[in-house]
Ligand binder design. Structure first.
Ligand code: HAM
Length: 424
């Protein structure tokens, strides 16, 4: 019997994690620039954090959650997203009382039991950020700008779609107008949308089914129903995006798959992805803190799928930084093999990535290996080198060679590494 990873989950092997770490480090650098602090919450929560937070009528809560009852009889759920857990934690630790604005980010695994397909997994990873405490449209714009900046640094081209989904004051009127329209075209809608007409009519606009697209072409749009406050917020957000030269298209049909949004809703999409074209999305959610038992607190945030970012980067042949050992120490015989083994450990202790052979292979085979690994420096150690206590360091990129005293090897490579790091 052989085992395989569960459908919709993936092993990340060393050749994959190089790219992952690069993406994660890029995110952390940008987060540091914008002064966001990292938050890590447990991978499971009480189920009601999500049912109350995301909304009972959403696909996530209705169909996709990994929910189980533990031995103590509690209903727990593997987190399908991070906004609700972050807000749960925000309330639990009274963060709102300690600062007028809390800027938090996260990177980690999420779980959704959807139908696995290209770009859709059951365990996937999100990075995201939540700006909690202020209602200024500057916060919405900053969140969008951060996402755009991360995509830019990773060479990802995307389109930003933006909409306002109103607030609890103006949305009911729109909902009613939309429902009335949908009832009028009931027979042309897909069965799912017929059901949603009553339960969650705005999601009908988001349907990918051609029948729904055609039937709803003339549906009323929310932008015509916004209250003055929501309209002003939306217009100011758009004006600031213009001023920052962040291109966007207004998509009045954009409704996100989570119920907590108020006002700004946005999504970054990429043509380099298939039908699952959303790289990431977010928006304002001014009612969520209260919904989860805290004091009314405005907030806005964003999250993207790391796998999807990497899919785009692979497609566009993004050049990930190489991760090769700095030095390959080739041992010619048993004595020099033992010498290189000890020297390699000494070098690594001093912070120099060194590689050696463990299989008593020929010098030629070791050289081939060094080449394959892309080591920029190679030293061949034999009887003569040991007798003279000198290593001939070959610079594989320049094709030059330099003689370095054994006692100076560590210093030689640490200063060289510092020079290279400084020059980057
Ligand atoms: P979401 O749109 O549900 O939003 O997910 C954000 C991103 O996670 C998606 O655009 C996609 O890239 C990725 N994603 C979602 N499901 C999967 C999956 N099954 N497989 C692979 N990738 C997936 C949220 O989760 C909100 N919490 C975003 C947010 C933060 N809103 C405010 N703050």
């Amino acid at each position: 019997m052989t085992f395989k990873s569960v459908k919709g989950t993936k092993d990340l092997l060393p050749q994959d994690t190089v790219a992952w770490r690069h993406v994660e480090e890029t995110i952390r650098v940008v987060m540091e620039l914008y002064r966001y602090g990292e938050i890590r919450t447990p991978v499971f929560e009480e189920t009601s954090v999500f049912t109350r937070g995301i909304g009972e009528e959403t696909d996530i809560v209705g169909k996709e959650m990994y929910t189980f009852v533990d031995k103590g009889g509690s209903s727990l759920t593997l987190r399908p997203e991070m906004t609700a857990p972050v807000i749960r934690s925000f309330i639990q630790h009274s963060m709102g009382e300690q600062a007028v604005l809390n800027k938090l980010y996260y990177i980690g695994p999420m779980f959704r039991q959807g139908r696995p397909q290209a770009g859709r997994f059951r365990q996937f990873h999100q990075f995201g950020f939540e700006c909690i405490g202020q209602s200024a449209p500057e916060c919405d714009v900053e969140v969008i700008a951060m996402a755009a900046e991360i995509f830019r640094r990773l060479g990802i081209h995307s389109t930003l779609k933006i909409n306002s989904v109103g607030d609890p004051v103006c949305r009911p009127q729109y909902r009613e107008a939309l429902q009335e329209f949908l009832r009028g075209v009931h027979d042309s809608l897909s069965p799912e949308s017929q059901r949603r007409t009553e339960s969650n009519p705005m999601r009908v606009l988001d349907s990918k089914d051609e029948r729904d697209r055609e039937a709803t072409a003339g549906a009323p749009v929310i932008l015509d129903y916004l209250s003055d406050g929501c309209r002003d917020h939306f217009e100011r957000t758009c004006r600031m995006l213009d001023a920052l030269d962040i291109p966007y298209t207004i998509d009045p049909r954009l409704v996100r798959g989570l119920d907590y949004y108020t006002m700004t809703a946005f999504e970054f999409v990429s043509t380099d992805l298939g039908s699952q074209d959303a790289l990431g999305g977010g928006g304002r959610y001014d009612g969520l803190v209260e919904q989860l038992g805290g004091k009314p607190t405005p907030a806005v945030g964003f999250a993207a799928g790391v796998e999807r970012l990497l899919m785009v980067m692979e497609k566009t042949q993004y050049q990930f930084p190489a991760s090769a050992p700095l030095l390959y120490l080739v041992g010619m015989d048993d004595v020099s093999r033992s010498w290189v083994f000890h020297k390699a450990i000494e070098l690594r202790q001093a912070g120099v990535a060194a590689e050696i052979d463990y299989a008593s292979r020929s010098v030629k085979a070791q050289m081939r290996e060094a080449n394959k690994l892309g080591c920029p420096f190679v030293a061949i150690i034999g009887e003569r080198e040991i007798a003279e206590t000198q290593a001939q360091i070959k610079d594989m990129r320049k094709g030059t060679q330099e003689s370095v005293e054994f006692g100076r090897l560590t210093e030689y490579f640490t200063t060289l590494r510092q020079r290279e790091d400084g020059g980057q």
